[in-house]
Write a protein that binds this ligand. Structure first.
Ligand code: PLP
Length: 417
């Protein structure tokens, strides 16, 4: 993936056109136009997705897989067609796409099924210091139950992974190397190919937390050769309540089920049960039908806009924001420079709490995030409790970045140092 820090590459005309697809962007907050820069938390939804949800409930709302009536068949077709399109989006087979509630649940599925079946005392699981809590806590919980060792790749002061001791951290004891593709705080784009090759060399399984990459750049699971990869629908123009666990077919087939119930079985007798084929073995109970269909509409939308274009656009926007914000007195930006960064900028402001920054910006209609962004170890590393974060998506503009920097300057004036 080539990085393009050239602000001149921003395609303002296309962005203006895309913005019209998102009804919420027309609203005002405190009497001024909304500037939505909280996309790493969740993104806005285009009409194509809103309409897909609306159509499902108005025209063919029905339970799937087990009905033999027209509505149920239409709903099943739409849901399974969405699965096929999502599979194509990341170059997987539809059998390898397990629908979950979100990325968090997808990681928990791997921990509770693959982890329980494969991890023993004496084994090691390697994660990194820059993980979201979703890729830390499930392993800590399992560690208590199973007794393996959990190790962390540290981060450098610059906010990249410190790989200088990788060969002592990643050994034949390591059964799983699980890491974030793009950090939701530092914006760091990790060298996935290098990390996967290192894991392969010691025979470790690989899980990629792609929550902040799949929505923003082309991701090809076959080319990566990842064993597991997870992401959330709501961070990529889709609805909440739907996420994806990609797993290699042979791994999913060998794994025990996650939850028991309807749909995940082939046969139930009072003496015992047999499981359904993948991916249904991991999808107990009535799933999030409308949301699955909505995520299908979201990947169609993103594919039409173009993932390469989205990446270049956001990258240029983040580079511009970085350059503007780095000039402001008292601003400290977390993470690497613009060349190694995805479309987000987390920062602190001397003497001003991130919550106060966010509250001041809100007065100007600007939505950013303040807090630890579910990544406390990163903040501990920098000896801070929290940070403010502006994160971009395909509909953000250079003018919105200008409003952001002007509002930060205002916060400096109000709170001083
Ligand atoms: C890198 C990363 N991983 C995991 C998650 C968890 O996503 P969800 O809350 O949708 O499960 C997030 C959400 O912010 C994230 O940024």
């Amino acid at each position: 993936m080539t990085l393009n820090p050239d602000i001149l590459s921003l395609d303002a005309e296309k962005v203006e056109k895309l913005r019209r697809d998102f009804p919420i962007l027309a609203r005002t907050v405190h009497g001024v136009p909304l500037v939505y820069l909280d996309n790493a938390a969740t993104t806005q939804k285009p009409l194509a997705v809103i309409d897909a949800l609306d159509r499902y409930y108005r025209e063919y709302n029905s339970n799937i897989h087990r009905g033999v009536h027209t509505l149920s068949e239409e709903a099943t077709d739409a849901y399974e067609s969405a699965r096929r399109r999502i599979a194509r989006f990341i170059n997987a087979s539809e059998k390898e796409i397990v629908f979950t509630r979100n990325a968090t649940e997808a990681i928990n599925v791997v921990a509770y099924t693959w982890g329980r079946a494969n991890l023993r005392p004496g084994d090691e699981v390697l994660i990194t210091e820059m993980e979201h809590h979703a890729n830390i806590v499930p392993w800590q919980i399992l560690q208590e139950q199973v007794g393996f060792t959990l190790r962390y790749v540290p981060i450098t002061e610059a906010g990249t992974l410190d790989l200088s001791n990788l060969d002592t951290l990643l050994t034949e004891k390591t059964k799983l190397f699980s890491f974030v593709h793009v950090s939701n705080v530092l914006g760091t784009v990790n060298p996935v190919d290098q990390l996967i090759a290192a894991a392969r060399a010691v025979g470790a399984c690989v899980l990629i937390d792609a929550s902040q990459s799949v929505p923003h750049m082309p991701v090809d699971v076959k080319a990566l050769d990842a064993d597991f990869l997870v992401f959330s629908g709501h961070k990529m123009c889709g609805p909440t309540g739907i996420g994806v666990l990609y797993g290699k077919r042979e791994l999913l087939e060998a794994m025990p089920p996650f939850m028991g119930g309807g749909d995940m079985i082939r046969e139930v007798k009072m003496s015992g049960s047999r499981w359904n084929t993948i991916p249904y073995k991991f999808e107990a109970g009535t799933p999030a039908i409308a949301e699955g269909i909505g995520l299908g509409a979201a990947v169609d939308y993103l594919s039409e806009v173009g993932l390469d274009w989205i990446w270049q656009q956001e990258h240029a926007l983040a580079a511009y924001a970085y350059a503007q914000m780095a000039q402001l007195e008292g601003v400290r930006i977390l993470g690497p420079g613009p060349e190694e960064r995805a479309g987000l900028v987390a920062f602190t402001l001397d003497g001003v709490h991130p919550h106060d920054i966010s509250a001041i910006l809100d007065q100007d209609g600007i939505a950013i995030r303040a807090g630890h962004h579910c990544a406390q170890p990163i903040h501990t590393h920098y000896d801070i409790a929290a940070s403010a974060r502006a994160s971009f998506y395909l509909y953000n503009t250079k003018e919105e970045v200008d409003k952001l920097t002007a509002a930060i300057e205002k916060a400096v004036d109000v709170f001083g140092f």
